[in-house]
Design a binder for this molecule. Structure first.
Ligand code: ADP
Ligand code: G6P
Length: 473
């Protein structure tokens, strides 16, 4: 008999990384040949939920990150972890296919055309059921189950069917599309009914919650009043809960003398330019990386910026590398970087430093501290935590954030230099305003945004959601 939990989180991934033999540390699980070492992965979501999970003997259900058989359930830092197995075929169809080649582009304004495949849809259904069954098995009588993100939209309804006693919350970390786009999804009614299995459906923005409520009426004729939908004799609430970051963690890192020293060293390694312009993104076509590179190239060509006075650093974290859209993007971005460096770099002085790598939290914080201007130019983004991390890391430094109007974060970070990433001239102007802003004005803008973040960190996000769900008093 498994121990049952009164609080369960269900997400595609577990919040852990497997530690390989060349990295020291980590907690060992299993015995004999099956011994494996794990470490909690960095990230706001697990940090925010950690206290609740520990206090309530909670369980996190998710995939371990390796295909094939799942490791046995284990405990790490006070959290029970219940791995769900995903085979190579599940990864190809449910994760890379339906989640990341169909739903991801569709929910991000069709920035790339979504691909629709019947076998992916079926795999999505099968895998969602596996997660729902795991949750039904570990949840105690009357427990609260919080399901995360677009990979698991069918779980709430599947779980309700198995366990009508549970309180079920769902949070979508990415945008929710307008009706016209959602209607393209062949599985549309099934996905909508899946979400309506929850008691509370949370979105990043109010507009997304409204899209959802209107969609339910359009597709299923469900009546609603305010933000409450009447569905099959139950009430389903849809509301906005803009996610945030662990502000304290980022501020502590940015205040750490070693991180500060590293920031100075990074600037020196870059040739101590007057202006360091930074981009940090997963290498994803929603992030507008090419748009920002193009804006920078045109400013160099026009002589409004020059090398080596200014230098751009673009960190592009490897992501979903077997999905075609991502492979095509990598080629485009790398071609653009090559073009800019070919035209404007000099021996030993590239115009763009392009880094297709992952970094530790402290190295990221050092990069944020080293950057005079941060460019966050997504064509569509649920929130964008990088923008919030940059602001939190600046402490007394000033610095300027160029931010797309199409990032959820633009609803809160109003003192950023906002722009429409589709309008290249607007991106160029915003970048020039950020590069030339006077120090006093930069500090003023940064301190208003920091004040907002200090009041709205990820712990508050989690507690707002769980309070609304009635899970915490
Ligand atoms: P998304 O969720 O689409 O990836 P966000 O900006 O909301 O975009 O969140 C990205 C998270 O990943 C941030 O917390 C950021 O610090 C982290 N991250 C991005 N790039 C790297 C990298 N190269 N190394 C380590 N962490 C990264
Ligand atoms: C976005 C999604 C998350 C996802 C993350 C990384 O933030 O909202 O659900 O975990 O990207 O993507 P990956 O495909 O590597 O899990």
């Amino acid at each position: 008999m498994v121990d049952r939990s009164p609080f369960v989180v269900v997400a595609n991934r577990l919040p852990v990384d497997e530690v390989t033999t060349d990295t020291p540390g980590g907690r060992v699980t299993g015995s004999g040949d099956s011994r494996r070492r794990w470490r909690r992965s960095p990230g706001g979501l697990v940090t925010a939920l950690h206290p609740v999970l520990v206090e309530r003997h909670g369980t996190w259900i998710g995939w371990s990150g390796s295909p094939g058989d799942a490791p046995d359930p284990f405990e790490l830092d006070g959290i029970n972890l219940r791995p769900v197995p995903l085979s190579e075929e599940d990864l190809e169809r449910y994760y890379e296919g339906q989640s990341n080649a169909t739903i991801w582009p569709l929910y991000h304004d069709n920035v790339e055309p979504p691909v629709f495949r019947r076998r992916w849809r079926e795999a999505y259904r099968v895998v969602n059921r596996r997660y729902a069954e795991a949750a039904a098995e570990v949840a105690a009588e009357g427990a609260t189950v919080w399901v995360q993100d677009y990979q698991l939209q069918l779980v709430p309804a599947m779980l309700r069917e198995l366990r009508p006693d549970l309180k079920i919350g769902f949070f979508l970390h990415i945008p929710f599309p307008p009706i016209e786009l959602f209607m393209q999804l062949p599985q549309r009614a099934e996905v909508l009914r899946g979400l309506l299995g929850a008691d509370l459906v949370g979105f990043q923005q109010r507009l997304a919650a409204q899209n959802f409520i209107r969609l339910a009426r359009h597709l299923l004729g469900t009546p609603y009043h305010g933000n409450v939908i009447e569905y099959e004799g139950r009430q389903v609430k849809a509301d906005a809960f803009p996610i945030s970051i662990d502000v304290g963690e980022m501020q502590r890192l940015a205040d750490n003398p070693l991180v500060r020293e590293r920031a100075v060293q990074i600037r020196a390694e870059l040739g101590d330019p007057k202006t360091v312009i930074l981009g940090v993104d997963r290498l994803d076509y929603t992030k507008g990386i090419e748009h920002r590179l193009k804006a920078y190239r045109e400013l160099l060509a026009a002589g409004r910026l020059s090398v080596p006075e200014s230098v751009m650093v673009q960190v592009a974290t490897p992501s979903r590398e077997r999905v075609e859209h991502y492979q095509a993007l990598r080629i485009k971005v790398e071609r653009e970087v090559g073009r800019i460096n070919g035209d404007f770099g000099r021996v030993g002085v590239p115009a763009v430093h392009y880094l297709h790598q992952s970094y530790s939290r402290s190295e990221l914080a050092a990069l944020y501290c080293a950057a005079d201007v941060m460019m966050v130019t997504p064509l569509r983004d649920g929130m964008n935590l990088v923008a919030k991390e940059y602001v939190a890391a600046r402490l007394e430094h000033g610095g300027a954030l160029v931010l797309s109007e199409f990032a959820g974060a633009a609803g809160e970070l109003r003192q950023a230099f906002l722009c429409n990433p589709h309008d290249l001239d607007a991106v160029k102007d915003a970048l020039m305003r950020a590069v030339t802003v006077d120090e006093h004005e930069a500090r003023r803008r940064m301190s208003v945004m920091q004040r907002h973040l200090r009041r709205h960190d990820v712990a508050r996000w989690a507690s707002d959601f769980l309070t609304e769900l009635g899970a915490i008093p």
